[in-house]
Ligand binder design. Structure first.
Ligand code: GLN
Length: 498
């Protein structure tokens, strides 16, 4: 196969699973001796990447941490791998452990066993589903890693593992070659230690000519970039200087009773610091946020049930021997043996919400909520959404001013700053005993940006001494969310927050 001649093919296929956090599935043994001479924008130490195991690579099997794909060797490299090679000179050093097909928030639903947080916090969740990639960076084995974020799978592990994780705008990085979970939400995400390095990483990862139909074309990209420039000039707030303060939005709906004290304290401290640097903090309201989580779990499961239909042991996947099965049902025995519990649960949930009797009440309703969530964001951002300029907030369109509106004002904010997760990482033993629902609720602060396709970054902020939780990690993930395609401003504010 042509792919066999890939210039960035690793020389060793199966390596040891040598990380104490169980982050690596297959590792290139000799990558430390690699010399890459291509001059590029990526710093040298970013040139060997850890890559989540749902991103196709010809140099290693790509299994999605599923028994179903345990032997799957993709015949091509994902677009993002090719782009990073072409523009960043980067090669794949390791495939990382994850929740099976990206379904989970703690990287425990894996055929290879759970990922754990870095010592001395092994008892705690590393976050999921890209927990392996987050730990690859947190442990110092890699300076940069790729993950995927459908509903928070880059931001949540970044927050729990103490690294920086970026979910770019939907479509910004090509998904061609990324094994889909929920295609209207899936994005390729990036991990590195410091937000300062994220800009170069994002530039090296995006390409205008891709095989992903949702990646903006060259004219669309130009149009959106021009629109951002025009807004920059109109608002006069970028680049940020002491004399040009930003307006930073704080949505009331994120200030929930379930916030752990350490998270609340750190959020407050972050806002205080931003204010002391001259930025204005603006309370805003995103009323549909409270329905976002339910809508996400309907839409993601529905799309997953359709995307995973191709894994039947005939077209894709390892076939179970159905010959001794009395009913002889090849599909059923193959799918039954191949998928883990959580994946099966999602498929059942998805096929149910798409069935004729439930469709209107679940799937269609969830799509409506998704639109409302998107509109909420567009209403608060000063920058119009380049895809939906008609959503821009206009006072004249408002029928009457309610008490809430007058209190919260016609918000015109540049970015939102909120926690990435309501709590610090939970104990792995609690995760296992609590079941899936507790895991779903962890995504409450990450799914709104996913439903709206917006860029969001999670950066680690140290917890002040007096707010530390005994035994738990010493940082909280703070999230910056921005308008569609405004990724570089989001990264910019991330560097101020960290
Ligand atoms: N925890 C979420 C889920 O299980 C998000 C997963 C993801 O972003 N891949 O669906």
């Amino acid at each position: 196969r042509g792919a066999r001649n890939s210039p960035y093919k690793a020389r060793f296929k199966k390596g040891p699973r040598d990380s104490s956090s169980n982050a690596f599935i297959r590792q290139e043994k000799s990558f430390r001796q690699w010399k890459i001479y291509r001059p590029t924008i990526l710093p040298n130490r970013f040139r060997i990447l850890a890559v989540k195991d749902n991103i196709s690579t010809t140099s290693f099997e790509t299994t999605c941490a599923s028994n179903f794909l345990r032997d799957y060797e993709p015949p091509f490299d994902a677009d993002v791998i090719k782009t990073l090679y072409k523009r960043g000179g980067a090669a794949v050093g390791s495939k990382t452990n994850m929740d099976e097909f990206g379904m989970g928030s703690h990287s425990v639903n894996s055929h290879y066993g759970a990922v754990t947080n870095s010592p001395p916090f092994e008892a705690y969740s590393a976050g999921g589903s890209s927990g392996g990639s987050a730990q690859a960076v947190a442990s110092g084995s890699f300076q940069a890693a790729l993950g995927t974020d459908t509903g928070g799978s880059v931001r949540l592990p970044a927050a729990y593992s103490g690294v920086t994780g970026l979910k770019p705008s939907y479509g910004r990085i090509s998904r061609h070659g990324v094994i889909p979970y929920a295609h209207s939400l899936d994005t390729v995400g990036l991990f590195c230690k410091d937000p300062e390095e994220m800009t170069a990483f994002l530039i090296a990862s995006q390409d205008l000519r891709t095989r992903d139909p949702t990646t903006p074309t060259e004219p669309a990209t130009k149009r959106m970039t021009d629109a951002i420039r025009r807004e920059e000039a109109r608002l006069g707030r970028w680049p940020v200087t002491d004399t040009k303060p930003l307006r930073i939005g704080v949505p009331a709906e994120y200030n929930i009773a379930e916030l752990s004290p350490a998270v609340r304290h750190t959020w407050q401290r972050t806002l205080d610091t931003l204010r002391s640097h001259g930025h204005t903090i603006v309370p805003v309201s995103l009323p549909s946020t409270k329905h976002a989580l339910s809508a996400y779990y309907i839409i993601a499961a529905a799309e997953a049930s359709s995307n995973l239909a191709k894994f039947d042991g005939v077209r894709y996947g390892s076939r179970e021997d159905a010959s001794d099965n009395p009913t002889g049902v090849l599909y059923a025995s193959t799918r039954g043996a191949g998928f883990g519990d959580e994946v099966r649960r999602r498929i059942l949930l998805g096929t149910y919400s798409l069935s004729a009797s439930a469709m209107d009440n679940f799937f269609v309703q969830a799509q409506r909520v998704r639109r409302l969530v998107q509109r909420d964001f567009d209403r608060v951002f000063a920058m119009p959404n380049p895809l939906h300029p008609e959503n821009q907030f206009d006072l004249a369109d408002m029928p009457e001013t309610t008490e809430m509106d007058s209190k919260l004002g016609p918000a015109e904010v540049d970015v939102l700053v909120v926690p990435t997760a309501p709590t610090l990482p939970p104990l792995l033993k609690d995760v296992k005993s609590q079941g899936s629902l507790a895991g779903y609720t962890n995504d409450v602060f990450t799914v709104p940006a996913s439903l709206a396709g917006l860029p969001a970054i999670s950066v680690p902020v140290p917890i002040a001494k007096e707010a530390r939780e005994e035994g738990n990690v010493g940082f909280v993930g703070m999230q910056v969310i921005g308008q569609y395609f405004d990724d570089f401003h989001v990264i910019n504010v991330g560097t101020m927050v960290a």
